[in-house]
Design a protein around this ligand. Structure first.
Ligand SMILES: Cc1ncc(COP(=O)(O)O)c(C=O)c1O
Length: 454
């Protein structure tokens, strides 16, 4: 594909670099960037090496080489990692895990990890693959039968033809989003991210050297707002539908308006559809279905939520036609490949998709139907039934951080304040229904008793 100047793939030692320096040089410069320990007195030179306890000494120097030398520690982590904020969702999951390990009973309504055990037939497929000896590296782009299965399913659901050569297998949807950003964002570029929006969009943009620009979209994407956030540095728009945390499902007209903005400014679109099969009212419109969209749209998707496979770490990136060949170099130089036995499990998951997905969908539909009206009846909480995802995003007539803290400290119920997802989430709570029915019932009973405490 011939992209115009503003929409070329990222440069700066990344995806479409023409010359790939040998791996040892890459390691050396990465080391210099991340770990600076100046050692003076060694033949009058300054030598970077990894600190003891961090890893083995770098290159051909042993630690003994530095005995008696005067060391000045000037190490600091690179800003890209040092300034990274922890993921609010991961952090809360850790807190819940630790509290439970310490014997505390916590009702977990904070994590996006469905309590759906992976189907035994999927596990058996992984086991067969392992026993067959699929324990070595495999193709960085992914196994062809899996890419074919994904292309087939995507074509069926979005109505567009997908060449399996344009499908890349990634360790989860998160890495698919990161790979799309690695491919499109150069130093200083701006990316429009939804606010409230999934906690990892901003940090992933920053990791690629870009600047996330939050665009309010609590009740959907507004083309005028979107366009007013565009500057000459804007490279891409991240669109998430159905959305986490707001649960908003973008309409066809909304997607059409986003596409028109992207076309006017020649921007890439990263369309995150990891919840597209968790829909309860109607089929979810997909951006790539719109005429002309495919050439600028990266589709990020995953088996995590759809099949109850969060821990397997398997997802996919479908870049615009013809770009996969360049992006696969990033995969080859970072993760190399998704484990082949995990991919074998994913092939089996797609074989069983029409049986497994409706059952999971029904589980969440029932939980939403139970939980939304019960929450809505609590004084100070306004809660609509979500049309997609397994979250509720109720509005509370109080400071949402105070309510979330109080519920955790006094009620043993973990939920997330909407503001963890950006300013647009203020006065909302994100309540995940990924726990068991019994836990959900107990949590709702406690919430009914506690109220919001305002
Ligand atoms: C909106 C959104 N996109 C992507 C992901 C990534 O999921 P995974 O990496 O497990 O596929 C999540 C996970 O919570 C999410 O909520």
């Amino acid at each position: 594909m011939k992209a115009r100047e503003t929409r070329g793939l990222a440069t700066k030692n990344r995806i479409n670099e023409v010359y790939h320096p040998p791996m040892i040089d890459l390691n050396f410069s990465a080391l210099q960037a991340h770990t600076k320990l100046a050692v003076s007195g060694y033949n009058g030179t300054t030598v970077p090496f990894l600190a003891a306890g961090f890893s083995r000494p770098f290159h051909r120097f042993s630690q003994d080489s530095f005995k008696g030398s005067r060391m000045t520690a000037v190490r600091s982590l690179a800003a890209r990692v040092a300034t990274l904020q922890p993921s609010a969702t991961v952090e809360m999951s850790e807190r819940v895990r630790n509290a439970r390990a310490a014997g505390k009973r916590i009702l977990g309504l904070s994590s996006g990890d469905p309590n759906i055990p992976t189907d035994p037939r999927i596990i058996a497929a992984a086991e067969r693959s392992l026993r067959r000896g699929d324990t070595l590296y495999s193709a960085p782009a992914g196994l062809l039968p899996l890419r074919e299965a994904i292309a087939g399913r995507e074509a069926r659901l979005s109505g567009i033809a997908i060449d399996p050569a344009d499908v890349l297998i990634t360790p989860g949807g998160k890495f698919a989003v990161l790979a799309a950003l690695m491919a499109t964002v150069s130093e200083g570029d701006e990316v429009l991210v939804p606010d409230p929006g999934w906690v990892s969009y901003g940090p992933c943009v920053s990791l690629c050297g870009g600047a996330p620009v939050a665009v309010p979209c609590l009740n959907g994407y507004d083309a005028v707002r979107l366009e007013s956030a565009i500057t000459p540095r804007t490279r891409a728009i991240i669109v998430n539908s159905p959305a986490n945390p707001s649960t908003h499902v973008a309409t066809q007209a909304e997607l059409q308006a986003i596409l028109a903005v992207a076309e006017r400014h020649d921007l890439w679109i990263i369309f995150d559809q990891v919840y597209a099969e968790m829909n309860y009212a109607e089929a979810i419109p997909r951006l790539q279905s719109l005429p002309g969209a495919r050439a600028r749209t990266f589709i990020a998707d995953s088996l995590s939520k759809t099949f109850g496979m969060t821990g397997w770490r398997i997802g996919m990136l479908i870049p615009p036609p013809g770009l996969a060949k360049a992006i696969v170099r990033f995969i080859g130089h970072s993760i190399y490949c998704v484990p082949p036995f995990v991919q074998a499990a994913a092939i089996e998951a797609f074989n069983l998709a029409d049986e497994i997905i409706p059952a999971i969908r029904e589980t969440f539909r029932k939980r939403i139907a139970v939980a939304a009206p019960r929450l809505n009846n609590v004084q100070g909480i306004t809660c609509a039934a979500s049309r997609a995802t397994f979250y509720l995003f109720p509005k509370v007539a109080a400071d949402e951080r105070v309510v979330a803290k109080r519920w955790l400290d006094e009620g043993g119920i973990a939920v997330l304040p909407g503001s963890a997802f950006g300013d647009g989430g203020k006065t909302f709570l994100r309540i995940s229904l990924a726990c068991s029915d019994a836990e959900l019932d107990e949590a709702l009973t406690r919430i009914e008793r506690f109220g919001i405490g305002a």
